[in-house]
Design a protein around this ligand. Sequence first.
Ligand SMILES: *Cc1c(COP(=O)(O)O)cnc(C)c1O
Length: 434
Amino acid sequence: MKNLAIAGGSPVRTAAFTGRRTMGEEEKRAVCEVMDSDNLSAFFGSPGDQWLGGPRVKEFERKWAERYGFKHAISVNSWTTGLMTAVGAVGIGPGDEVIVSPYTMSASATAILFYGGIPVFADVDPNTFNISAETIAARITPRTRAIMVVHIFGQAADMDPILEIARKHNLKVIEDAAQAPGVHYKGRPVGAIGDVGGFSLNYHKHIHTGEGGVLVTNDDKTALRCQLIRNHAENLAETYGMDDLTNMIGSNYRLTELQAAIGSVQLDRLGGYLEHRNRLAQHLSAKLAKIPGLTPPHITEGSEHAYYVYPIKYDASVTGIPRALFVKAVNAELPTPQSAEQVGLAPAYVRPLYLAQLYQKKIAIGSKGFPWTVNADVDYNYAKGLCPTAERMHEHEMLMTTLVREPLTEADLDDFVAAIEKVLRHKDELQGLA
Ligand SMILES: *Cc1c(COP(=O)(O)O)cnc(C)c1O
């Protein structure tokens, strides 16, 4: 009789991990008030009171800015469009190089391409999975204009040395803090430590409005530029005194009153979620730290973590079990997930972005190779091997769990650890399985 569930034994746990429940009575009430007002979006794309949106949009932005101490918060209809707005606002144009992580959601890099900028990928740090001053420095050229820092998985990147490099080379700093709302770096809230940045409000993030995003900045002019790009800048730039016409073709990235009303309620939940996740993470890390071959997240002094996901480094040469088989065997010990948030263990995160066809073939805007053709004398390298740490994490070392989240408890994570320990204890039973 075998012990491991994957080999026919009984699993550690069959009762489902409780799913997330994100919407409560307060959100319902807020939405109904907007319905009763009959005004689902009060934006106008022309000069006047309403070019900055309706009462709920303004209240939501004010609340976000005050809660975390930003001078400006500007809502948008997704964080993908928020990133595009940020890239436009700092003045990126055709042929400008922007240094970015390859180990992130694809939009961190495509936002650069939408303005004709060229993503230049810097490798990640093997402990934090964030780009660092060292990896950034190696990619700076005379064409570099900006750095896009991603606070991946929710941990603040080491910003001070990055800001120092940026100052030295006169570079703008954009922060993709999609996974790190409410996180601080040395006491400062991430998002606006550089020039501009912000957060995602899609369904899977800590708090959400279905789809949505929030830009934050402490610079008045950058804020105005973001507000203009969000809402048909071409109609408004003159009236509102924008003397620099760079990228002042706007779009419609406006959040609705319904979403803003939900967002204001959700914002009150964020602090509690972060506390909850940090408490669970501490509990889990203490246990995983005792298991050879598994490394819990490395917490850099001064860098808070939001645990959007909880990353674990895996060393198959220590455990003696290939990563894919380990994942399968551990998950077999746990209840079958009904949603992404109930998955015990998942491998890899994302493939380094430059390995996508878009970069391999250099076809982005139109079919003739723009924007890379702007710098025809430069042969941009997106070959395999470009960022060896990111590739190694993807191919071999990264494991993640989404169980470090509300409303799960320490007891739930004890079952998760028990599943891991059981698989390691009976690894001989994995012989011949794959
Ligand atoms: C979620 C996410 C985005 C995109 O946000 P959307 O609101 O889904 O458009 C961008 N960057 C990172 C790192 C993300 O996690």
